[in-house]
Design a protein around this ligand. Structure first.
Ligand SMILES: [Zn+2]
Ligand SMILES: [Zn+2]
Length: 112
């Protein structure tokens, strides 16, 4: 909350970015709602606004775990193993399945 209050006091209302770095920006009305409400509302706001932005980002993958709406971002230097922050689920960025190990891939499926 301090982050938003600081922005308001410095009159940067038009460019308040989500502190969770989901890419969403807040407008004045949003900020008002946030200040009235709790952090829970704020994160919900980020989900609504964030989903449309994140869906267009090829480096973003949604958590594979049922019931979890977390997402993971693949950095250029990291491996294909992604870890969901909310639920600690590990998953593979390439096949969007739960993590199966670094070098498995085609070989594991080709035998049989
Ligand atoms: Zn998750
Ligand atoms: Zn995979």
């Amino acid at each position: 909350m301090d982050y938003i209050l600081a922005k308001i006091s410095s009159k940067q209302l038009l460019k308040i970015k989500c502190p969770d770095d989901c890419g969403a920006f807040l407008c004045d009305q949003d900020v008002y709602q946030i200040l009235k409400a709790t952090r829970e509302v704020f994160s919900r706001y980020c989900k609504f606004k964030g989903i449309s932005i994140l869906s267009k980002n090829p480096n973003i993958s949604w958590c594979v775990k049922a019931g979890c709406d977390g997402y993971m971002r693949k950095d250029l230097q990291s491996s294909n193993k992604l870890v969901c922050k909310p639920c600690s689920q590990n998953m593979c960025f390439l096949c969007k399945n739960p993590w199966h190990g670094e070098e498995m891939g085609q070989e594991a499926y080709g035998k049989g």
